[in-house]
Design a protein around this ligand. Structure first.
Ligand SMILES: CC[C@@H](C(=O)O)C(=O)SCCNC(=O)CCNC(=O)[C@H](O)C(C)(C)COP(=O)(O)OP(=O)(O)OC[C@H]1O[C@@H](n2cnc3c(N)ncnc32)[C@H](O)[C@@H]1OP(=O)(O)O
Length: 253
């Protein structure tokens, strides 16, 4: 199984469990995300959702390039990107607060998943970034739109997208992407962060979340996400992208 879902007294945790691939997202992980989203929508008692990755090296390394590299044309790419884009939109607009427990690197689509969450608790050793530019594509799951909505300073958010590099945790905190940085155990960091939140009735959380989401509807976030995905799909079929992915997949051979 590529993922684990646990419910501990209303705190639902989704763990991507593909440590050997640095928790890259494949079709099975997408199905798991759909499942946990449906579960939360059907269970009013859920207080919040935590997303994390197995091991300490990576939260998520983005789309599984060994699988998705088989998609060559713009339309093939759009199919996969929009499937995950819709899942990420559902995640970003869940009625409960969401926490990315960033236990290690969050790059490419992994950084998009973390950005789609309400809070980002980042391990001090983790390096994160929208590195898609190094593959000659843009963010393809809607994460660019979420980043620009997260109220980071605009110039810092745009720089994060266009310099396409990994930032250290201290810098991510300084620019406002990381909610907080933790040392040591991720479970303890989560416990401390939710200590007060978990005492509050879930309907209160949901009411505050609704206020934020109403703003998202007014700002046409879904349409903007779909435009972002289309732009990425166009770049996907370029020679530059193909060559960059081949370089990554063959780097150790
Ligand atoms: C598709 C959507 C698009 C988007 O919308 O954003 C994307 O997500 S594009 C994908 C962006 N991701 C990448 O470019 C992969 C980046 N990966 C890395 O930079 C590094 O792996 C890491 C996450 C920083 C971890 O580095 P390290 O701990 O040194 O591990 P390795 O690099 O040696 O990787 C170990 C192992 O895992 C494989 N791997 C890692 N990431 C992916 C991936 N995204 N897809 C497929 N496979 C991945 C890597 O190839 C190694 O495999 P082996 O050599 O077989 O051990």
């Amino acid at each position: 199984m590529a993922y684990k879902i646990e419910n501990n007294e209303g705190i639902v945790t989704f763990t991507i469990d593909r440590e050997e691939k640095r928790n890259a997202v494949n079709d099975e992980v997408m199905e798991g995300l759909k499942k946990v989203i449906t579960y939360i929508k059907e269970h009013n008692e859920v207080k919040f959702l935590v997303i994390t990755g197995s091991g300490e090296q990576a939260f998520c390394s983005g789309g599984d390039l060994s699988e998705f590299h088989l998609l060559k044309t713009e339309e093939q790419a759009f199919g996969m990107l929009s499937k995950m884009g819709n899942i990420l939109y559902e995640l970003a607009t869940l009625p409960v607060p969401t926490i990315a427990l960033v236990n290690g690197a969050a790059v490419g689509g992994g950084c998009e998943i973390a950005t789609a969450c309400d809070f980002r608790l980042v391990a001090s050793h983790a390096r994160c970034g929208f590195i898609q530019g190094t593959l000659a594509i843009t963010s393809g799951w809607g994460g660019g739109t979420y980043l620009l909505e997260r109220r980071l300073r605009y110039d810092q958010a745009l720089k994060m997208l266009i310099d396409s590099k990994k930032y250290d945790a201290a810098h991510l905190h300084e620019i406002g992407w990381a909610t907080q940085v933790f040392e040591g155990s991720k479970d303890q960091a989560l416990e401390e962060f939710i200590f007060d939140i978990r005492k509050i009735h879930p309907e209160v959380h949901q009411a505050y979340k609704q206020i934020e989401l109403r703003k998202w509807q007014e700002r046409n976030i879904y349409e903007r996400v779909m435009q972002e995905i289309r732009l990425c799909a166009k770049l996907w079929e370029s020679d530059a992208h193909n060559e960059a992915v081949n370089r990554f997949l063959n780097k150790s051979k």
